[in-house]
Design a protein around this ligand. Structure first.
Ligand SMILES: [Zn+2]
Length: 363
């Protein structure tokens, strides 16, 4: 290889990504394409009913002599992944692929098992609640604390819109919250570039923010019952995961809005999903960017969240005003090496009080 290429970044990209109706029917083709002879299907009790059973049928009838084992994961944890690996014992290295069929939690377990068994990962998401669908990171809660570990990236993603369309609408709204947070997270990243001499990649930043921008442009009409918007949402979340893979860290999709959500998790406050918490955090952090630098449009972000009926207030997350303020102050202590508007301006409690009042997040 010519020496010049040593300066380029080599990235492994998924090769078969499908986001359409009946995407599952593509599975036999993948089995043939990758020459899969032995696969393990990892699913959950509910997601088995939703899509796992169909995957089982497809593998039993339409995939030649490909053999498979089925694992039903009850809890999403590193322990569940370990349990599967122990059950496989000496066989672990024999599997060509892990097929994860489920929501983020099942997919996280699948990613870890695929990583440890050195197998290909095929991801079949049954909902679109966050950008973990395609990211190379697995997130779990251990002793009540969120942790994130390195795991496999999928070689293929079959996002069947008929299945995702039937998922709880709350999860789609959560996915939207996670997706539009990219708008503010990339502003944080640019602050890091400007103030802390951080590296930056415009291509990755574009991959992270463009789907969110497109959805925001249609804020007046947003409705995930509409296939075009649903596809754009799923595509955006998959691209968010890809942005992490390409850049190598979660920097393109995780900054101050995520710190707020992590603070709530650490403090054990509220009852929001990841995307719901991040969505509310996005309004607050976008307001701060606008307040200090005149960049952004927190009102548009809030309006679009309202449009899809996602939470835009602390109350909807089950939070009191005091808990919101405590979480915002706590967020400043999370991962201080990741430079965001919080590190940049070090807002006081009073600043946050004004912000909550102006944005209506705690009215
Ligand atoms: Zn997220």
């Amino acid at each position: 290889m010519p020496m010049i290429f040593k300066h380029f970044k080599q990235v492994l990209l998924p090769v078969d990504v499908r986001i359409h109706r009946n995407a599952l029917a593509h599975l036999p083709k993948l089995v043939r394409r990758y020459g899969l002879r032995k696969v393990m299907v990892v699913t959950g009790p509910r997601t088995y009913e939703i899509a796992g059973r169909r995957v089982e049928q497809i593998l039993s009838t339409g995939c030649g002599d490909c053999r498979f084992s089925l694992f039903i994961v009850k809890t999403a944890s590193r322990g569940s992944a370990k349990k599967i690996e122990q059950e496989m014992r000496g066989d672990l290295g024999d599997y060509d692929a892990v097929i994860g069929v489920g929501g983020g939690k099942v997919l996280d377990v699948s990613k870890v098992v695929a990583y440890h068994s050195n197998a290909l990962l095929i991801s079949i998401p049954t909902n679109a609640a966050h950008d973990g669908i395609a990211s190379p990171l697995a997130s779990f809660k251990e002793k009540g604390m969120p942790i994130s570990i390195k795991a496999a990236s999928p070689i293929s993603i079959l996002a069947d819109l008929e299945i995702i369309r039937k998922s709880p609408v709350r999860l789609l709204r959560s996915g939207y919250g996670d997706l539009i947070s990219n708008m503010v997270e990339v502003k944080d990243w640019l602050l890091g570039v400007e103030k802390a001499d951080e590296d930056y990649d415009e291509i990755v930043a574009g991959i992270s923010t463009m789907p969110a921008m497109l959805l925001l442009k249609s804020a007046d009409d947003l409705d995930f019952r509409n296939t075009d918007y649903l596809r754009l949402l799923v595509r955006g979340l998959i691209l968010g995961g890809l942005a992490i893979s390409i850049y190598g860290t979660s920097r393109p999709v995780s900054g101050s809005a995520h710190k707020f959500s992590h603070a709530l998790d650490y403090l054990g406050y509220g009852k929001g999903t990841h995307g719901e918490q991040v969505g509310v955090g996005t309004i607050i952090m976008e307001y701060l960017h606008q307040h200090y630098y005149g960049e952004g449009d927190w009102e548009l972000l809030k309006y679009s969240l309202e449009k899809v009926l996602a939470p835009t207030t602390g109350r909807e997350l089950g939070l009191t005003r005091r808990q919101m303020l405590e979480a915002l102050m706590y967020a400043k202590r999370i991962r201080p090496s990741r430079y965001t508007i919080l590190e940049d301006q070090d807002p006081s409690k009073k600043d946050f009080e004004i912000c909550l009042e102006k944005t209506g997040v705690c009215r």
